[in-house]
Structure formats: structure tokens, C-alpha cells
Design a protein around this ligand. Sequence first.
Ligand code: COA
Length: 337
Amino acid sequence: MSPSPAFTRGIEIAGVGSALPDRILSNKDLETMMDTSDEWIVQRTGIHERRVHDPDTGPNTTTLATDALNKALSHAGMQGSDLDLIICATMTPDMPTPSVSCLVAHHVNAGQIPAFDLNAACSGFVYAMNCAHDMIRSGAHKNVGVIGADLITRFIDYSTFGRASAILFGDAAGACVLRECDKPAKGLLAQSMHTDASRAKHLFIPGGKNDFFEMDYEERRVLRVQMNGPAVFKFAVSTFPKLIEETLDKAGVDAHEVHHYICHQSNARILTAARDRFGLPEDRFYINIGARGNTVSASVPLILDELTQAGRVEEGQKIMLLGFGAGLTWASSLWQL
Ligand code: COA
């Protein structure tokens, strides 16, 4: 991050919002669809239920993203026409083109502003927040809508064959409005973004026969999440603490100075391992996976919105956003609010 020499202002998270499909898919529902049990799922993941879209009636990625951004705008006391850039983190756009962000810009009446999608899987929202911050800091933009929206359940095999990943995922969208402000202390204190495709085959969605890493092609795997659960688990358990340490070191901040660690919700066991490693209390490392599942790029803004609505996010606090996912990708974003 290289701040423009001319930039002497701050950057604030002016508004937050989120949107969920109405339909609930419980562990009991899954028991009727595949060979699994509520007890197994809760014990291995901490998940009880997740929200999923209805393929016939929606919502879709664009409508959820629009809903979340409208709520964030309303929270900020702003309108779509105030935005000068929209970035949507998603790996499940409704169409290959146009992008979700392009459609959202139209739906919120933002006018002919730049809008683009960014795909860093479950790290996507954190990547997007870092990019949006730096685009404001460059002086090119002032008010940016940042969205994380995914309808991952489009790519799930709800049979016993796909059960390891079917139990994890849910659909959602979350959004923030970032705004240039007159308090220079506000903004990013540190950020990190990483990739490692040598481990890409641990978590991927093949688009067709030639996209498989292995030669043993099976038709039923196309456009379905493929996951080596134990490998991803091991990666996440070791990566989260390293990522937190790396980010704290860059900022010269102590772990206990951070008021909220807002982590991608992948599995409650992964999260509690990271929380215990730093000796952090539960109220600084909030986990909401039980009722939401893993919502890909939406999980971080969903938590930020829940904490904000509960009155737990305040000016002057430091918060760290953390994501990891397919790619493999991982990223952090440490904010001074
Ligand atoms: N219900 C019942 N049994 C299941 C099951 C399910 N939904 N899914 C897998 N199993 C079975 C397996 O078939 C296996 O049976 P076997 O021993 O007879 O072969 C057994 O449970 C153990 O499988 P394993 O994959 O080793 O389980 P696990 O303890 O690693 O738990 C995950 C599986 C997916 C819950 C866990 O690996 C995980 O959460 N990994 C991280 C995934 C993640 O975070 N992904 C998103 C990243 S953004």
C-alpha cells in the first residue's frame, strides 16, 4: 500500500448491511437427503442450519447483493447516486457476463460509475475491502460500495456422494460503504493478501472435463464443489494464527488491542482453535456459523453487520477482517474505526 502523497484524509466504514434468503435448510432436512446426521454435523462443524436460495423463486446473487448494498447505503445515510465505484466479491455470479456489480450499479441507480467483480473465493470480501480502501487512498474515488455475495449452493451435490461439502455451505450477501472522511487516523492500519495454487486441488469447482486436476474424470463432479476436507482444515488451522500474527506485526499492534476479529466462518473448530491460540475471549472472536454455515465471500460482512446491529462496533475501535478459501487464497484487513 503506497498512500498518495496528497492524501491527508481518512477512510471510514460508513455503513453496513446484509441479506439472506428466507429458506432455511436444517441438519434434519439434510438427514432426509443424504446419509448424515445432525449429531455428526454439529460435532464436526458447529453448524445447525444454513439459508439457501430457491432455484425457482430466488433470490439470486444480484438481488441479494443489491439488497445488502441498499441496507449499507441506508445505514450510511447515502444513496446509490452518491457512490463512485462498486466492487462485488463473488465466485458465483448469476451470469458469466455482465458482472454482478454492473447489475447492482444499475439497480441502486448509481449511474454510469465503474463497477467490477473480484473473485478470491472466501477471501474475496477482504480482498475487496483492501482494494477499495487503496482506490480511495489513491485519490481516484471517494465513496465505494463493497459487497460480498455468493449463492454457493448452486454448486453443491446434495447426495451422500457430496455430503462432506453439502453440510457446510449457505447463501448470503453482505456489504459496506467506504467513504473518505476528515479524520486522518481512520482507515487501514495493515493488510495482507496471499495465494498458493500448488494447493488449488484441495478446494475447487471444475467447469468441465479438462478442468480436473486428476485424470479420473467423473461427470457428476462437474460444476460441483470438490473439497479435500482434512487438507483444507489443516491449512486453515495453521494459516489463521500466522495471518493474524503477520498483520499485527505489520501494524505494530498487540493482539489484545484489537476489539473484534471478524473471521471467515468455515468451521467452528477451526475458529475456536485460532481463538484459543491467542487467548482471546469469545466476545472478541465472534462465531455465527451455527445459523448461517459457510457463506463464502458474505461471511465476513454478515458478522460485521450483526456486531454493528448489536451496538458492539464503535468509533475508535480496531477490527481485523480475515478470510481464507479456494485458490488457495487468504487475506487480512486491520482497520482503525
Ligand atoms: N455426514 C456423515 N459422515 C460424513 C459426512 C457427513 N456429512 N461427511 C463425511 N463423512 C464421513 C466420511 O465419509 C468419512 O467416513 P469414513 O471414515 O468411513 O471414510 C468420515 O466421515 C471422516 O471424513 P473426514 O473427511 O476425514 O471428516 P472430517 O473430520 O475431516 O470432517 C469436514 C469433514 C468437511 C467437516 C472437515 O474436514 C472440515 O470442516 N474441513 C474444512 C472445510 C472448510 O473449511 N472448507 C471451506 C473452506 S473456505
